[in-house]
Each structure stands twice: as C-alpha cells, then as structure tokens.
Ligand binder design. Structure first.
Ligand code: BG6
Length: 460
C-alpha cells in the first residue's frame, strides 16, 4: 500500500484491540500492505502499548517477533479522558510528534473502539481541538457497532457526526461484512448466470439465516444486558446478511451502487413474528441484573415487500449458550413436481453459505442412487481453506485495509442504519414473553410451536 497512515485506536485497552485490531494490523504488516504507519493507542486507564501488544500476540496464528517489534517501535500509548477537551490538545501534539518521527503525512484513522456512550463526546472534542487539520476526506472515523441503542439515538448520533464530518469520512463497522464468505455473496449472485434467474419468490421457498453460538455472554454482562440479542446481532449482522441476499442487482458491484440497493431492502423489510428466549443462568452472569429480561435468543420471521420476494419469508435465528456454533445461510429452493413412480425426492435443493468455521459454499442437489431409480441429496461442496489455504484475510484485516484505501463498500451508510433501527423499533417496544432455555440446548422448547405456526423447518 502506497499510503502512509496513522491508526489511532480509541479504547485500546478493550478486548477488541487485542483480539482483533492489533492482530489485523500484524497481518497487514506481514503481507506488506502496511509499511509506513504509526499506531496510537488511546485509553482512560494506565497502560502501555508493549503490554497491550503482549496480550494481542495470543490472537495471531503464526508469530514473527520482528513484525511485533516493528509495530511496537511505531506505537505510542496516550492516556486521555474522552470527555475533557483540554486533554485532546496534548493528544494532538503527540500525534504530530510520532508522525514527524516516521515522516507520515498525517492521514489519520480514528477507530472508536470505546463503549458507544463515548462516541458523541469523542467526535465533538476531535473537531473542537482540530486534532486533525488534514485536507480532503481525512481524517477517517471508524465506529464499532452498536451504532445507537434505538432509532432516535442512532439519528442523534448521525446528526452529531455529520454536522462536523462528511459521510465520506465515516465508516460504520459491521464486521460480518468483512468476512470472506459474506463479501462473496454478491459476487456469487452476480457473476454466475445459473443463480440469478432462480433468485426470486418463484423458485425460493424461504431463506434461513442462522447465527448460533455455544459461548455465553462471558465478561460482557454490563454491555450485553443493555443491548440483548435483537440489538447485538439482529439489527446489525443479520439484517446486513439479509440485505445482501435480497438486494436487486446493482449497476456495479461497488460502493454506493451496492449501498443504494441494500437501502431499498431495509426500507421494505418488515418483521412479522418474533420469539425470544434467555438461557437459564443468564441472570447470574457478572454485570447482569438479577431480574433481567434481556433476551439472549431470537427467532424471527421477516417479509421483504419487493416484487422479487413477496411471499418468500426470511427466517432468522440466533442465540448464545446454544448446543453449537455456526453461522450459515440456507437458501431453500421450492419443490419440483415428482416424476418418479416410486420414491420422490426427500427434500428440495439448498444453496448453503457457511460463514464461519469450514467457510464455504455448498449446493445440495438430488442425484441417483446407483442401482436404483431413486435419488438422494448430495453436496457439491466448496471449502475456502481447501482451495486457498488457511491464511485468507480475517474480517478486521479486510475492513482496515478498506478504510485506508477509502473504500466504503463494506460499511454501513447513515440512512441504512436508521432504516434498520426503524424496522426493529416496534418489536423493541413490545412486551414479548421471554422463554427460558437450557445452556447447551437448541433454544426454548416453545420454538417448536412457533416453527409450526410460521411453517418453518430449520435446516440443521
Ligand atoms: C459481535 C457481537 O458483533 O459478534 C457478539 O457483539 C458476537 O455478541 C459476535 O458474539 C459474533 O461474531 P463472530 O465473528 O464470532 O461470528
């Protein structure tokens, strides 16, 4: 990469920096996509870059000490009270010093990996003290999700940010959009003749998006209890996946063309039914209130009111502390007329997009069982690791690379995020029952009735 860049991680002592951001920077340096750079870690607590880098090492597969040494040499830790404008002056000076010593031009990326409640104060103070005077569309501001807590808070946040910075400078992260197989969805749809004619209500019975996790909420109790599964997973990752499956063909598979087409889906998306659950020991997790009714499991039926999708439901299912971890999209095709005189096909065709572990794409078709006039489903199975090896880019690596090269394609635009909240809003206000489920189970048992009512047979 020709560009030089100053990466400023606000909230560098948090989990995200050590688990994802520093490992992503490591990978970019290793692949020589980042050579002239500085990393400035900012936080409200006492710490040092060398200790944070030490912790980040555990999250990189193969270690090369020289790369870590180089990152450390180019790093600086700055203590900052996010709410105090005075501190930003010293912060600005430190940025200049490090940029001068590495002959950087001052293209700054402020990555806000803090709790969302600090976003507004940080944006205001960055602007007030002019921490960056670079011209053009710099600096860039990257916002970790969740972007807002509901429609009005997201609108307010957008308003604050956009009164000081241009939308071109704003990158709202949804890390699912950086996953290889998610980025593959539109390419799969629009570069293969075989899919597009079938990609509609006439041929697709339903779409199932399943993001199951066997992990509990771990140490994120305080955050999670305020957000819950609908805000944490559905409004963001799941709606984004749905939009990539449902959108119309863009003029080009680039930036605003795709973002415009996705917006059309968010405008026409309606949640028809929801079932919520909570795993049984959730209330005793650290940081969670003992009478919390925050859901940790959700199943949703969604309609997309466009000519392509009328009467083809989208089913979403996600939860914590379940019996498995998987992130899969199943496109279930409709039945064909049975022309066989004895046994008809047991199931219809599926296109299966596996987003996590065993990432890949499979097409399930019926083929003849040797020696019999009968069929059974078999998978044409593509696994990314088998073809391209284990070192395909991690989501955060691709996303940081996109910010550096000013590519907003995989980021969420202000209008989209507001429509997503708008679609969810009525269901956040409803007082729905929250059903218990056992840790390590497949969800609340009430799901069976819900499935019957909504005519969904989840693919396992
Ligand atoms: C995050 C959510 O955005 O995504 C977490 O806040 C969730 O609750 C995580 O566990 C899942 O991401 P991935 O990439 O592990 O599927």
């Amino acid at each position: 990469m020709k560009e030089d860049v100053t990466l400023i991680i606000m909230g560098v002592t948090g989990d995200l920096a050590k688990r994802k951001l520093l490992p992503a920077i490591y990978n970019l340096v290793e692949k020589k996509k980042l050579d002239n750079f500085a990393v400035i870690g900012v936080s409200r607590s006492e710490n040092s870059m060398s200790s944070i880098i030490g912790e980040a090492k555990g999250f990189v597969r193969e270690q090369n000490q020289n790369i870590w040494d180089e990152i450390e040499r180019r790093s600086k830790y700055i203590w900052l009270d996010f709410d105090n404008p005075e501190g930003y002056k010293i912060f600005g000076k430190s940025c200049l010093e490090i940029e001068k010593s590495f002959k950087l031009s001052g293209k700054r990326i402020f990555y806000l990996a803090t709790l969302p409640e600090h976003f507004s104060a940080i944006v205001r103070n960055l602007k007030k003290v002019e921490v960056n005077k670079h011209q053009g569309d710099w600096p860039k501001l990257v916002f970790e999700k969740p972007f807002g807590h509901d429609l009005s808070s997201a609108q307010k946040l957008n308003k604050t940010i956009l009164s000081m910075f241009k939308e071109k400078q704003v990158y709202r992260i949804d890390h699912y959009l950086g996953k290889e197989l998610v980025a593959n969805i539109s390419l799969l749809r629009f570069t293969n003749r075989i899919f597009e004619p079938l990609w509609c209500k006439g041929h697709i019975e339903n779409v199932q998006i399943i993001l199951n996790e066997d992990l509990t909420i771990g140490s994120r109790g305080e955050f999670y209890d305020e957000y819950g599964v609908l805000r944490d997973m559905v409004q963001s990752h799941m709606f984004q996946l749905l939009s990539l499956i449902a959108m119309e063909s863009p003029e080009k598979l680039e930036g605003e063309f795709v973002r415009d087409k996705k917006l059309e889906i968010f405008k026409n998306l309606e949640i028809k039914d929801v079932l919520l659950g909570q795993y049984e020991t959730y209330n005793s997790e650290k940081g969670v209130s003992s009478d919390s009714t925050t859901p940790t499991f959700a199943a949703l039926k969604i309609s997309v009111d466009t000519p392509r999708w009328k009467n083809t439901p989208f089913f979403l299912k996600t939860g914590k502390a379940l019996n498995e971890t998987k992130a899969v999209i199943y496109i279930k095709f409709r039945e064909v007329d049975c022309l066989l005189s004895k046994t008809c096909p047991a199931d219809t065709n599926y296109l299966i997009i596996n987003l996590k572990t065993n990432e890949g794409i499979a097409l399930e078709i019926n083929t003849k069982i040797p020696g019999r006039i009968e069929v059974e489903p078999v998978k044409l199975d593509f696994r990314i690791k088998n073809k391209y090896g284990p070192n395909t880019p991690e989501a955060y690596e691709s996303l940081i690379e996109d910010v550096i090269s000013e590519n907003q394609y995989s980021f969420v635009r202000n209008d989209s995020i507001e429509y997503c909240w708008k679609a969810l809003e009525p269901w956040l206000k409803k007082k729905l029952p929250i059903y218990d489920y056992k840790k390590g189970s497949s969800g609340p048992k009430e799901l069976n009735k819900w499935n019957e009512k909504n005519k969904v047979g989840w693919r396992s």
